[in-house]
Design a protein around this ligand. Sequence first.
Ligand code: ATP
Ligand code: MG
Length: 260
Amino acid sequence: MKKPESIIDIPRSHPRYESLMSREKIVEGLHSRVVTESGLIAHGRGESLDYFLGEASAPFSRAAARAAAARLLVSQHPVLSVNGNAAALVPEALVELAEVTGAVLEVNLFYRTPGREEAVEAALRRAGAKTVLGVGKDGNATIDELQHSRRIVSAQGILVADTVFVPLEDGDRTEALVRLGKTVLTVDLNPLSRTARQAHVTVVDNILRALPLMVEEAKALKGRPEAEIRQIADAWDNHAGLAEALRFMAARLTDLSREV
Ligand code: ATP
Ligand code: MG
């Protein structure tokens, strides 16, 4: 596939700079086999919702990021499940979040084509990851509740995890993980997606902003008394969080409708 002309020299002052740079990362990911064609479609769906959010983290985004970070910190065996789009957009932040919270990174792909999981692993290793589960022979266990290639998981990772972070995840898989009794955390710009509604903590924000927020919150919480961290994790009401996100978007659109 011929690589399209790069947009990388877009000036920082461009009003859509962040959005254009993230598209560049996704397209780069497509050429290095980290991202699939359907990943491009998912990215576009996310961007449209980011317009409604005003392309900025809202107070509820930070509150959810804190609850998710708290849950990772009090879990016995937290796993960060990494798909193509996440690896293309925020590899460094994923590695840092794993380090700060003591979670392990596991590659888990919808489309497990030959060489692709290795490409995702390479992206994480370039970002500084020392251990990456779920690749090649480490994909050594199956979860029957999960469909197709995503049944393949690591026996040291998702199989035994109490908490799984699944940013930009499909609803079927989220549902299966919840059914298995896992605590599920996600980042999803769409408060109406099945994943957003089924997860225990949904950070409604762009993953580009949400991951740094989670790292920041994890660093701030780490070292606090365990009971305090647990209280923050337990107090999170995900349906209330999603309702707030929807009200925020609705109010913003109403305000904007007066300006057009
Ligand atoms: P579901 O299966 O949960 O009902 P879906 O089928 O609409 O959702 P999927 O492609 O399965 O969507 O999952 C991708 C999700 O990730 C979508 O909800 C999309 O809005 C969201 N998303 C895409 N890009 C980003 C991003 N950069 N940051 C946050 N969320 C994103
Ligand atoms: Mg889906």
